[in-house]
Design a protein around this ligand. Structure first.
Ligand SMILES: CC(C)(COP(=O)(O)OP(=O)(O)OC[C@H]1O[C@@H](n2cnc3c(N)ncnc32)[C@H](O)[C@@H]1OP(=O)(O)O)[C@@H](O)C(=O)NCCC(=O)NCCS
Length: 404
């Protein structure tokens, strides 16, 4: 089985065809590859060849992701991973992950991140669950805020061309302070967020773009679809959000008030929200918003020294980690972290951790204490977990609002 990067667009389409198979679709069209290549380098698509035929693929976007402290760190955004059912469980994914992580390492990207279709797949390659998502399905009847919540501004519906000029600044203000969010180019906005090909609507309306202005400035936006339906007693439409971003508390309350008040809707459904989403505290009956927890971003420290050096810390107390990393042995060993400096050390270790566990705490989504309670790490010095958590503490939950 040969693993190499794609050389032609035709190979890209075949390699992406492996994952597309599981969506019940045919090999992606030429139109798809044309759109996809606006934001993707052909040389970042690995393919698995069996006797000349492509049977699997694994790609990566070249992202820059916000880490605690606000730095934008080069990150491989792993995407369209799949192996055809005819070739499953023969080690093809493992071989592609090997080739891809070696490539990421050579490119000097300290991090890799992905959304997993199943939580059992990527831990073995050093990815740790790094953020949690909440889905809300708010029955319109219970979409009432608690007393005293004030809203501000006015909402405009705009077309995609206007959205292209107004949404990015709102997004960027939130991105800069939210670990897990990544930079978007104009092309990403155009071909991913604002594009609306019919075969990706899954029964919904075209995308609607709503912009909230406060004092004449865009301060929040929502991209959503209506899944229109009528029951015996009248309209039962579902409003499905695609992305809702608000930069401050009044803007948050106001854009959600708008979404929860759209007439003819029965339910407002919103996926991929951060686990500390303010909607829980805005709604009078948060239980009835049916919050459902799921995994979010998975993070892999590809270059542990560079990755740990790139983020900020809440305290200067030293932490010495005895790190296991079977899949990327260049990271193995004992690392000392103090005042933002990260170096190899012979000092006694505080904690024994696997690189996947470090991925879980890296963005602030989990604490070492959580990992200890789950039996995932070992405390080698009494009180070390507490100390490490003081150092690694991050305000707010990490969040990536877009599955890539
Ligand atoms: C997930 C998928 C890519 C795995 O490919 P594969 O070539 O069968 O995987 P491998 O044979 O290399 O398996 C490597 C290891 O992962 C395990 N594994 C792979 N897929 C798994 C899954 N879905 N659940 C649990 N374990 C899985 C294998 O058992 C094997 O374990 P081992 O190393 O302990 O022996 C493939 O099944 C697939 O395309 N699934 C549907 C699409 C999908 O989910 N893609 C991932 C999108 S994020």
């Amino acid at each position: 089985m040969e693993i190499r990067t794609c050389r032609t667009v035709e190979e890209l389409r075949d390699a992406a065809g492996a994952i597309v198979h599981y969506f019940g679709r045919d090999k992606p069209s030429e139109e798809w590859s044309e759109r996809w290549l606006n934001n993707f380098e052909l040389a970042r698509m690995h393919a698995a060849f069996d006797d000349g035929a492509i049977v699997g693929g694994a790609g990566a976007f070249s992202f820059r992701m916000t880490v605690p402290g606000g730095e934008s760190v080069p990150t491989a955004g792993v995407t369209i991973v799949g192996v055809l059912p005819t070739h499953r469980r023969r080690g093809i994914l493992r071989s592609m992950m090997r080739a891809q992580l070696d490539d990421v390492h050579e490119r000097g990207e300290p991090l890799a991140a992905l959304f997993a279709s199943e939580e059992t797949i990527y831990g073995r390659y050093g990815y740790g669950l790094a953020s949690l998502n909440v889905q809300f399905d708010v029955d319109k009847t219970y979409g009432v805020f608690r007393p005293g919540v004030e809203t501000a501004g006015r909402v405009r519906l705009v077309d995609a061309a206007t959205a292209a000029t107004q949404l990015p600044a709102v997004y960027d203000a939130v991105r800069l302070v939210t670990p897990g969010m990544f930079e978007r180019s104009a092309s990403w906005w155009e071909h991913r967020l604002l594009a609306d090909p019919e075969d990706f609507r899954f029964g919904g309306s075209p995308k609607h773009f709503a912009v909230l202005d406060v004092d004449g400035e865009p301060r929040a936006y929502a991209i959503y679809r209506l899944h229109v339906s009528f029951g015996d007693l009248g309209p039962e439409t579902k409003l499905q959000t695609i992305e809702v971003i608000a930069g401050d508390p009044p803007a948050t309350a106001s854009i959600w008030r708008y979404l929860l008040d759209v007439d003819w809707t029965k339910t407002v459904s919103t996926r991929i929200q951060p686990v500390d989403h303010p909607l829980l505290l805005l709604l009078a009956r948060p239980n009835l918003a049916r919050p459902t927890l799921s995994d979010g971003l998975w993070v892999r420290l590809v270059d542990v020294q560079a990755a740990l050096s790139a983020r900020a810390y809440a305290d200067d107390r030293p932490v010495v980690l005895q790190l296991r990393d079977e899949f990327c042995p260049w990271n193995e060993g004992r690392w000392k972290l103090q005042g933002g400096d990260v170096s190899r050390t012979d000092d006694d270790p505080d904690l024994a951790v696997d690189v996947a566990d470090l991925g879980s705490v890296y963005l602030g989504g989990f604490a070492f204490r959580d990992l200890l309670r789950a039996g995932r790490i070992e405390e080698l010095r009494e009180g070390a977990v507490y100390g490490a958590d003081v150092t690694f503490r991050v305000d707010g939950a990490p969040w990536c609002p877009e599955i890539f």
